[in-house]
Design a protein around this ligand. Structure first.
Ligand code: GDP
Ligand code: IMO
Ligand code: MG
Length: 427
């Protein structure tokens, strides 16, 4: 029971990287269990800013293992580039471990992701990193795994078998240029050899650690509302960021989990297309976007902004079994006269308390808000809950009350020093 899952509880970018890094100090391992370099996690240590996409956020703090589990999809080129970047920032990657069962994002996945986004009118607004096509191939049993990549013979055979089909898709369906076997083979074999020293059976490794009661943090990328099963389908990513994703994506059992921490931003943001009931299109959104620096880490797109949505959050609590809340970016709301929490929706005159599955429900949906008084003070230096302005305290308390989940931490800025625990992470 020494595993803690950290789950994004909205549409991503809740500040998961910062929370995972914050927990990492007391952990023996940090494990990413899904997603790929579509993620963008910002971590500040002093004046140094780290932006991680492919590496687990645990890599920044020395000491514990940083593991890429089998449920992750890996772009070797992006991973090696990121390794070089963090090494240049003084970080050692000797504790990195990569699952031999993780799937490889191939160049044709990226091309197909780009082509599909261009070709369809119903664009999802993906990060164009090849995530969807890589997971599609995994499920279709035509994927290439890290274990295959590091064996030049096996890799060559698989690439020879699969590439002609991918080139047919690229040329015939999308009118793109075909990709060259020799070029991919050489480049990928080289990269595989560079990664090989870090490759191992990570589920086996984690099994041993958890049996020995080592502390393991499971780091979700994206968020519950982007989950392929539980999110706003089809405007989702192609993996399971929800807590359930840990079981398959890291190869551990549910009884090894002590807590599921839902990371929440004090408001809502979303990048890419899809339903967003509490979205704002006014000067409050612009204010929050500027104060909160709400621009995508990966794609630099301005993030869509809205009020906190407790209907979506209740859904997250339910489908991920959240046991604790980590609320970030409270400081961003300072200076507003009032703050709002969506507590239910109305659809064709009927009250809706839980998040709708169907896209058509969002047309003409009304949102019912609870309005609370705001606070004007700069709170970025506040260290204790009791020192927050009363209205900010009430806002946090009310969120925990509506969701019926205990508050573990609140944050008043992006650094670990501005992130404050109300109770210890590990009992
Ligand atoms: P992640 O993908 O969930 O790891 O989050 P991102 O790094 O993509 O986005 C979160 C953004 O909010 C980053 O720019 C963080 O530095 C920033 N951030 C995190 N916590 C806080 C906070 O408490 N206050 C403020 N102002 N910014 C925060
Ligand atoms: P982190 O881990 C926010 C969104 C994309 C798009 C949809 C599908 O930083 O929270 P994909 O490339 O995954 O096929 O795109 O999912 N998306 C994210 N939005 N934060 C993320 O990661 C995201 N990863 C993917 O914008 O709408
Ligand atoms: Mg992010």
């Amino acid at each position: 029971m020494s595993g803690i899952i950290v789950v994004g509880s909205q549409w991503g970018d809740e500040g998961k990287g910062k929370i995972v890094d914050f927990f990492a100090e007391q952990a023996d391992a940090v494990v990413r269990y899904q997603g790929g370099n579509n993620a963008g996690h910002t971590i500040w240590h002093g004046d140094t800013k780290f932006e991680l996409s492919a590496l687990p956020s645990g890599i920044i703090t020395p000491g514990q293992l940083a593991i890429l589990g089998n449920g992750v999809v890996i772009n070797p080129e992006a991973l090696l580039k990121e390794i070089a970047e963090v090494e240049a920032q003084g970080i050692s990657i000797e504790n990195l471990r990569i699952s031999n069962r993780a799937h490889v994002i191939m160049p044709y996945h990226i091309e197909l992701d780009r082509a599909a986004e261009q070709a369809t009118s119903n664009r999802i607004g993906t990060t164009k990193k090849g995530i969807g096509p890589a997971y599609t191939d995994k499920i279709s049993r035509v994927g290439i795994r890290i274990a295959d990549l590091i064996d030049p013979e096996v890799f060559g055979q698989l690439l020879k078998e699969y590439l002609p089909f991918k080139n047919q898709q690229l040329t015939k369906l999308y009118g793109k240029e075909p990709l060259d076997y020799d070029e991919i083979y050489q480049k990928y074999v080289d990269m595989g050899q560079q990664l090989a020293p870090y490759v191992t059976d990570t589920a086996y490794l984690l099994g041993k650690m958890l049996r020995a009661d080592k502390r393991v943090v499971f780091e979700g990328a994206q968020g519950v509302m982007l989950d392929v099963d539980h999110g706003t389908y089809p405007y989702v990513t192609s993996s399971n960021p929800t807590a359930g994703g840990v079981m398959n994506g890291a190869g551990v059992g549910p009884k090894q989990i002590q807590d599921v921490v839902g990371v929440i931003k004090a408001y809502t943001s979303r990048v890419g297309a899809g339903p967003f009931p509490t979205e704002l299109h006014d000067e409050i959104a612009d204010h929050i976007r500027e104060i909160g620096h709400e621009y995508g880490v990966v794609t630099k797109r301005p993030r869509r902004i809205g009020w906190l949505d407790a209907v979506a959050l209740r859904h997250a609590v339910q489908v991920s079994g959240l046991t604790k809340l980590a609320i970030n970016s409270l400081d961003v709301l300072s200076g507003l006269d009032e703050v709002k929490i969506a507590t239910s929706y109305s659809h064709k005159g009927e009250r809706v308390d839980h998040f709708p599955a169907s896209d058509t429900w969002f047309e003409g949906l009304d949102v019912n808000y609870e309005t609370l008084p705001g606070w004007q003070e700069d709170i970025t230096g506040v260290e204790h809950f009791e020192d927050l302005p009363k209205n900010a305290q009430n806002y946090l308390t009310r969120i925990a009350e509506i969701l019926d989940v205990d508050l573990l931490s609140f944050a008043v800025g992006p650094t670990p020093e501005q992130t404050h625990l109300l109770t210890p992470v590990w009992q």
